[in-house]
Design a protein around this ligand. Sequence first.
Ligand code: PLP
Length: 445
Amino acid sequence: MSRPETSHLFYQTRQRRPVLDQARGVYMWDVDGKRYLDGSSGAMVCNIGHSNPRVLEAMRKQMDKSTFGYRLHFETEPAEHLAAKTASLAPEGLDKVFFVSGGSEAVESAIKLARQNAVAIGEAQRTKVISREPSYHGCTLGALALTGYAPLTAPFEPMMRPMPKIPAPRAYLDGLDPEDEATGHHYADMLEERILAEGPETILAFIVEPVGGASTGALVPPRGYMKRIREICSRYGVLLIHDEVMSGGGRTGKFFAAEHWDVDPDILVISKGFAAGYAPLGAMVAHRDIVANVLDAGGFLHGFTYAGNPLACAAGLAVLEEIERENLCANAAATGTLLKGELTKLMERYSIIGDVRGEGLLLAFELVDDRTTMRPLPRELNAFNHLVDIAYDNGLIIYSRRTRGGYCGDHFLIAPPMISTSGHVAEIIDGLDISLRQLLDRISQ
Ligand code: PLP
């Protein structure tokens, strides 16, 4: 099937990319036969690699039985089993699972469940959700109101309820030591200050990406941050929501990233790696007491037509089984350590790399003009777009998004599938090495 002469598709921009033909493991091929190493697992989605035969077989089996069962008419075995499996992986007490089709839907679900819980327990003044700046929580208007990223939110702000934001703990920009607990407490205490300034009785929840995604570029919280955040939320009856849409699913080396700090939220959301690109799937996982409050008070006023779709759930279940069978969390940790070490070595050769960060296979590096001050590259250089395009031409897919005022902070996510080997790491580093050299040639012209 060739591409039609006129495309009727549209996404964010006019930019066109080659047509995908097939994908296997960590590689993808376009219709002209060019091969790409998927160095970002799509958008940090394809965690177990492409075209896994066991997942495809599980989906085929489910397809032969049914592909849709509306939740008001039927419950389905894949949804039941996936909910049970998810609950077994989630922190103690978070054993109620609500399925959706993606990350934004999961975030919307969490906000609405939190709100209905507040109403159910007689705390109806709680209407504000505090989030961080920068952050990304989704593109629907509710999730967008929590997103701390002005270039995406600005046109919609008059249509959204403004939600309070606190700075994300970017110690590397503020010249603070992320290994020092005082640094973690410094940033976490901003949450308490904000809660007190807004009025604790008005705060419904705080939402945080345990390891940051595209907005902060794989930001790992400083020591002591996550625990202190938990304490502050508990002190003021504020629900803690972990947005594990990107960090969940094993990519950081633990199934849920917050396990690195042994901190449990009240609600968590997961999506991308949950069905790892085999089907659109996400979930909100909530503490059983919250769900009981809401259901006892008359029910959750929320739901999507495709929720718990049996084909998507069969894919999700097979993905989770594959992660366990192949010990992929451990592989993400080990390969991630190797890859991070190699990225750090690139810093010796390229002074424009100002920072390398991340956990497991959720890694990033940031380009700067001056490493000592972390001054960003001048906007006119357009290094940000150039590097993605150059790497793409070199057959390496990396992922990027602008932060720090909409332009500055040119960071690139390096997040290959969790099945990656040391050979793939070497290929990624070679691809980046060549691409960075070409970038320097281009921007020095
Ligand atoms: N939350 C986080 C942390 C994300 O990274 C994303 C997507 O990148 C979302 C929410 C929204 O997910 P989706 O694009 O599936 O709606």
